[in-house]
Write a protein that binds this ligand. Structure first.
Ligand SMILES: *[C@@H]1O[C@H](CO)[C@@H](O)[C@H](O)[C@H]1NC(C)=O
Ligand SMILES: *[C@@H]1O[C@H](CO)[C@@H](O)[C@H](O)[C@H]1NC(C)=O
Ligand SMILES: *[C@@H]1O[C@H](CO)[C@@H](O)[C@H](O)[C@H]1NC(C)=O
Length: 459
């Protein structure tokens, strides 16, 4: 009796095991793919660095859309730039030999990205121009080994990031290519043929994942055709079920027209998406330090670059509402990161050294911003059995700081991250009022966006 009971149990366990193994296999439907829990590292990291680098970094004029702006839209300023500076029959492909990358030191980039406090990077492996930053078998003579740097940019940066830092390495990849004849042919056929996808997009994506094992596959350039044309659901199912990164990889939502903001791993919705409200699903705010462009622009002016105040407002509001921020820099064609960008990254890192407790692994609180005082954002962080609430403020008011959202208890303690001592507070009819002492400037824990920590509040 006991024996047969235990064999029934073993049998049930085996069945359950088989069932779970089957259930873990994602099907190529959005319902199934969307049900995969995001690997936890992604939400905990909160900050990633986006890197737009390619042949467009050579003209470094207007934006990374240079080729399209010149020969697609035919913007007057781009046409006149070309007329004035290049011989009449100059082609876009000729820019590639000047993508020299002679000062590209992957270890130096890794050190700078790490110093920003980011948890991952996303490097452009191929933008809409079709040039691959790795020696792809599927991009003959239009890749970084055959023409330009003569280097495997993706491989070198992956190695440096992995050997020097704990950051996760991710890749951006454009599904379509503006002027690829195969793509244009499929498009002319209303995407009833798939020659471009079968011979270019998919082989390239599998090659990238198998060779470089990215923890982020950040897809783009999807909008012209449906996911059925791109076969993206099949690719993602492979990524989640059996790829070398199946347990760690995260994907975004740009996998075919109508998919963005609805399906995929995390939602990007639009460039610089920052809804200011709590979202149901994990999302990412992909944005740029140069407000005008993702690729490097030689004509960037100081006023085009986000100040630390702007940057922290965006970062803090994003994290409060459940998002990650993917902060973009565009290196020069020589491989340098503009010192202004480098400074912002290091400043952000110095701020995170003090305030990381309120950011990394934080969760959205019941309130994202305050109900009384504007410009105040909140997060919460686990603390023993309960949690702390963190209050972000860009200003230290001369009088008391009035908060409507937190309901204090007699045990509530208020302090400032990076600063010794407790702040006095009073309960008010709507919430609480905090007296921030007059802290000498040289004793402030950071230069921008201070964080108050509230313990033992009632909500
Ligand atoms: C990476 O940054 C952390 C601080 O965020 C620092 O402790 C560590 O030394 C850095 N590593 C490298 C290789 O610079
Ligand atoms: C593509 O669709 C358009 C509009 O529906 C139609 O006019 C055109 O004939 C189609 N072309 C092909 C090659 O099927
Ligand atoms: C908080 O955010 C909401 C939603 O964006 C907004 O309507 C409200 O005015 C904000 N509260 C304050 C005090 O600014």
């Amino acid at each position: 009796m006991i024996n047969s009971m235990s064999s029934v149990l073993i049998c049930l366990q085996t069945l359950l095991g088989v069932f779970l193994a089957c259930a873990a296999q994602y099907k190529p439907t959005w319902e199934s793919l969307d049900s995969r829990p995001l690997p936890t590292w992604y939400d905990e990291a909160k900050l990633g660095i986006f890197i737009h680098w390619g042949v467009f970094s050579v003209p470094s004029f207007r934006s990374e859309w240079f080729w399209w702006d010149w020969q697609g839209v035919k913007y007057k300023d781009v046409e006149s730039f070309m007329q004035k500076n290049y011989k009449p029959d100059f082609t876009y492909a000729e820019f590639a030999r000047d993508f020299t990358a002679e000062f590209f030191e992957p270890a130096q980039w890794a050190e700078i990205f790490n110093a920003s406090g980011a948890g991952y990077i996303v490097l452009v492996s191929k933008h809409h121009e079709g040039y691959t930053n790795w020696p792809s078998k599927y991009s003959w003579n239009w890749n970084s080994m055959d023409v330009g740097p003569k280097r495997d940019i993706v491989g070198e940066l992956a190695d440096a990031i992995r050997s020097k830092t704990k950051l996760h390495f991710g890749l951006y990849h454009s599904l379509f290519e503006w002027f690829n004849p195969l793509f244009l042919e499929d498009k002319a056929n209303n995407f009833t043929t798939q020659n471009f996808v079968n011979s270019k997009t998919l082989p390239e994506l599998y090659e990238l994942v198998n060779k470089y094992k990215p923890d982020v596959v950040w897809s783009d350039g999807d909008w012209d055709a449906k996911d059925t044309y791109w076969k993206s659901r099949n690719f993602i199912a492979w990524l989640y079920n059996s790829s070398p990164v199946k347990d760690t990889v995260v994907t975004n939502d740009r996998w075919g027209s109508g998919v963005m903001c609805h399906h995929g791993g995390f939602l990007t919705c639009s460039d610089r998406y920052n809804p200011g409200k709590l979202q149901k699903r994990k999302w990412e705010n992909a944005m740029t330090l140069d407000k005008q462009s993702w690729g490097y622009r030689r004509r960037v002016e100081l006023s085009d670059v986000l100040t630390m105040e702007d940057l922290l407002e965006t970062f803090v509001s994003t994290v409060s509402c459940g998002g990650n921020m993917l902060l973009n820099v565009g290196p020069t064609h020589e491989g340098m990161i503009d010192p202004v960008f480098e400074e912002r990254l290091r400043q952000l890192g110095s701020w995170l050294q003090v305030n990381g407790e309120a950011i990394y692994k934080s969760r959205p609180w019941s309130f994202q911003n305050d109900t009384v005082t504007s410009g105040i954002w909140y997060t919460k962080g686990k603390s023993g059995d309960g949690y702390n609430v963190y209050v972000f403020t860009q200003n230290i008011p001369s009088g008391p700081l009035i908060l409507g959202a937190p309901q204090p208890s007699p045990q509530t303690v208020v302090s400032m991250l990076g600063y010794q001592g407790k702040f006095a507070w009073e309960k008010t009819s709507t919430g609480m009022s905090i007296s921030i002492p007059a802290i000498p400037v040289n004793e402030l824990p950071c230069k921008w966006a201070w964080v108050l920590k509230l313990t033992n509040i009632q909500n």
